[in-house]
Design a protein. Sequence first.
Lengths: 254, 262
Amino acid sequence: MSESKIKISNLHKAFGKKVVLDGVDLELRKGESLVVIGGSGTGKSVLIKCIQGLLTPDSGSILIDGEETVGADREQQAALHSKMGMLFQGGALFDSLTVWENVAFGLLENQKMPRKQAKTEAIRVLRQVGLAPDVADLSPSELSGGMQKRVSLARAIATKPEIIFFDEPTTGLDPIMAAVINDLIIESAKGLGATALTITHDMASARKIADRIAMLYKGKIIWEGTVKELDKTDNPYVLQFINGSSQGPIKVEI
Amino acid sequence: MANRIELFLRALGKPLVKFIASLGELTLFIAKSIYHCLTPPFYFKLMGRQFMDIGFYSLPVVGLTTIFAGMVIALQSYTGFARFGAESGVASVVLISVTRELAPALSGLMVAGRIGAAMAAEIGTMRVTEQIDALVTLSTNPFKYLVAPRIIAGVIVLPILVLIGDIIGIFGGYVVCVYKLGFNPANYVNSTLQNLESLDIVTGVVKAAVFGFIITLMGCYNGYKSKGGAQGVGEATTNAVVSASILILVFNYIITELFFAK
């Protein structure tokens, strides 16, 4: 297919004695949507935090557009962040700002867009995620969970990033709202031509938004393939996970 | 026996290593904070909000604290001085104790309770709800956006608060001496003005600036490092107030010694 956008090789990260990432190799091509699945506590969040530079990996390499990001200095990191957008699991909206100021945060602070223009742009993006302009002046705490997710999505795409990360986008939403968010993710990523990396344990969501799926288990990528290949796989770990069975090679540590 | 010693040393070693590690963490945090306070971009709007929070809204607390401190010091020193017939010394005792000690230390402690706690809670909540990570992903440095405006505002505003506290505290002493103890108002004002020395005011102001740094630093640091949800934020809040209060008392002594020990 096309060129590589993110290339992760042999990534290691441990917290004290607890090894979380134990040699992850993963590649995202430009414009594709990759979903990383895996149980709770398998290091999915740590993986995207490493890619974003929020956590420093112990060893390994992460190339974004061919540039090494592990050990990059502050300016390089800032340049990288302007290429990225992120939808946080809990929304992570700034509660001291209004909804539109949240959406326009990147435009106001980094692109130095005038406030009036930024507000118009914010309202346009809010409409894109299905929110009416009258929520723009509310505070995030006045919105429901689903609406907060939408605002957070709007904030993630407002700066027109090349790479978007989605951290458990459907967790905590009812099935219908989850489906709506899935559609929005597909639309916004495709609309921008952005490369998307999603982590989730919601298989319905994964099937819907993924071009390719990778499974993370015990700090390694143990399986990778398309949704079609997922249905044909005989990998016992993947089978156990997608069928949601308590019996199998994956032992839940209680 | 050897086993017991080993156990003892182990028990001692773990907290010690932890303590040194957190000391190192704090030092790095201070260095980063100061660097970001001095380099652009500056967020003037956020600084303005902090000026209001730390300064303006602390005025009632500082005013009440210093007026009663001035009043009580007048009353106490009067009972002491009356024994030697040296009542005329009350004005200068009020002046010196309010400007050098009471206004800066008490205002510092009160503001630490008010502001240190609020800062740690706000930044701590931002930490546990990933708002700080969100700032980073939006290419905004949290030190510049959250820490620097608070520290700069604290260092500038506390001295102003203390200057106001000086005036209110001395006024408190005046009220007690004139209306309760029957001093001659003109004499009291005269002896206050005669004893007024710039060094007394300057030490108070220097102390206030240092306390402003300590309060905002501890608020930001504890909030920034908090983890583990509501409980973590609660802990951060307590730690911010306790550590700021203790540091204020310690530095109060150190600065006094620097200025007056000869």
